[in-house]
Design a protein around this ligand. Sequence first.
Ligand code: NAD
Length: 416
Amino acid sequence: MDDELNPLAMARQQLDQVAERIHLEPDVHEKLKHCKRTLIVAVPTSMDDGSLRVFTGYRVHHNLARGPAKGGIRYHPGVSLDEVSALAMWMTWKCALMDIPFGGAKGGVICSPKEMSLRELERMTRRLTSEMMIILGPDKDIPAPDINTNAQTMAWILDTYSMNVGHSVPSVVTGKPVSVGGSRGREDATGRGCVCTMREALAHLGLPIAGARVAVQGFGNVGRATARLAQQAGARVVAVSDEWGGVYHPHGLDIDAVIRHDRQVGRVGGFAGSDAVTNAELLELECEVLIPAALGHQLTQANAGRVRARMVVEGANGPTTPAADQILNDRGIFLLPDILANAGGVTVSYFEWVQGLMEYFWTEEEVNERLERLLRQAFADVLRTSLQEKVPMRVAAYMLAVSRVAEATRIRGKYP
Ligand code: NAD
């Protein structure tokens, strides 16, 4: 794979760039470049036609100096060990930036979930869980949803883990349904975080949110909530898309109506009164805010020069390659990095874990209020560092996050 598109090479490049600035000692730098632990499992799964398929699953822990491992599990044909490792590293930085007591992890299974039945997905998830049990646990490693996994997937993981240990352990996962100990507000949390940080950034740039044109790539858990909450905040969501393409209206789409249409036909395409756009076209639309909220490496050196947004908000993990980052920065486009913009999800996952351990649950208003408070604080810290050090927001966010992880790594010392 071309190095620009290799996620692990990209994650390491981002770390190297910051290591110099914060004068990271070579030993700590070397340690942070590597993932602490990688589990590769075979997941034999009975298919509905009676055949057996063996899927490959990964679970990677990057750094646990600040707390137990935390990170999503994704199901996608494009999953690779390098991708999961990079995502685990980004989770370490994200948790540190939000100052929540977790280390970074990620998991994935190479599969095509859209071609599998619900029963096949359940059997695969349950077997995956039992293969991963040796590293899972509420004080060891707590998975959450990611691409093509959701609250139902988390409920299967919770149930399988609990059946194996002989008692119910809701805190082994977050992003689970409220009926089995999930947190109110978790489903919208990542989108709420994108909109909250976008609002702060627009205010910093002196741009009103009312009427701001927003284009969102991806209409899953993150993209859908982001589009809906951006519209509620007064923005004009001019385009949304999914893997089959997008829809556009210069005066703004009615997002609730797009959600209903998507539920009926399974895609946003064909929404009445809109024009079709491709995903490539959506990324280059003239707008105030572009929000890639689907897959990684969508903005590359090939298209970054044609982005016409005033600001990019990274709803997805790793949507911008370092080469594209440089181009966007040179062109004066303000970028809210993934470890800040999409940190709302892991923050409410943390709240869910805390509520589960206390067995005391908060109202949705309490969850949202605490979330927005932490995000506004993180945004202000990153912006201050960015202005003081005269560096882009991503570099500033990394400087804060890597320094915190380095400090914990340093103070715990080297074992043995
Ligand atoms: P999801 O599976 O719910 O939705 C993914 C969306 O992206 C779908 O609409 C899908 O059709 C679309 N998509 C897939 N391939 C595409 C392509 N090639 N071009 C355009 N669109 C495409 O996943 P999600 O949970 O919304 O996650 C989206 C991104 O946000 C991922 O990068 C994930 O790591 C990141 N993220 C998710 C969370 C969370 O809480 N779910 C938290 C932080 C970050």
